[in-house]
Design a protein around this ligand. Sequence first.
Ligand SMILES: [Fe+2]
Ligand SMILES: [Fe+2]
Length: 354
Amino acid sequence: MDQTNSLFEFARSVFTNQDVDSLLIQISGAVERMTNSEAASILLLDADKKQLTFRAATGEKGKTMKRFYVPVGQGVAGWVAQNGRPLIIQDVQSDTRFTGKIDKSSGFSTRSIMALPLFANGDLIGVCEALNKIEGIFTESDQQILQSLSALAGVAIHNARVTEEYRNFFSRSIEIMATAIEGADTKMTGHSYRVAELTCRLGHQLGVVGDEYRDLYYAGLLHDIGMVSLHDLRYLPRVINQTIQRTPDKLHPLIGAELVKDIRLLAQISPVIRHHHEFFDGSGHPDGLVGDDIPFHSRIIGFVEQLDEIFMNGAIGEEFEKEAIKKAERGVGTKFDPQVVEAYLQLTKKSNAA
Ligand SMILES: [Fe+2]
Ligand SMILES: [Fe+2]
């Protein structure tokens, strides 16, 4: 594959990778390959911008490098970070910027280095190095290749970091929302998390995987989100059917579904929340859905929520399990989906056998 094709291939693969650590491994591998070097490493600046930490390294000592760091201003990488300029050293023994400290600790023997600053969104974020040119010396064309790789890598790292920050923001916000639900009533303390936890265990038992599993977790955490807005008049006119007077308990699935439906990443759990109080035989609310017409995730959450009432009434440990099994068996096919009850019974059997 020629260098241009390799660069296109590199660009295509790094922009589809949103995990920073595996992205860095991918980038260092490409640097090693495309500059025909013995090893390559990526060092990223720490938050206080005072030192660079090895985040990915290839070559025979690659695995041991991760525990090393270089203060900005020291050694070759530190010089590149401080000056924001590339540096090629064909013979490290003749350059005072090379300290040899990392070689001593890692056991790697550096002969030549080509290092470039990594920028993301205009800010210096680290340094990318190619070590020991396999044949001959590092050339202008090697530097151009490393420059192209570094430019692409900087954008990809920036994108992956932003994605990670959004993910973190999203999941933390949801957990804060779940805690807010519990603030509505002291009896509810821990309810959302317990429901989410058992819901996920049941989901796993029932073969729910991937994005569906993540959605099931969020729906478990937020199933009672409507409780926080029960007295919010903005939502009431929208969800109350004019001919039916609903009690507050019957309103919360409707308000909850309304609250999340405009959040794009949560829109798919809106119907799950709306129907988590439906019963398998059609005797639930708000729509009296029957059997498979009730969303599958609602059937799981609805069942778990009913079991958690036993816990909220004070039963724990063996007493909880006994009552839970009794309640589950009593409700098979009427309140609860038989396959969900079956999965729960299997789960309790498994944990008792363990
Ligand atoms: Fe509920
Ligand atoms: Fe609940």
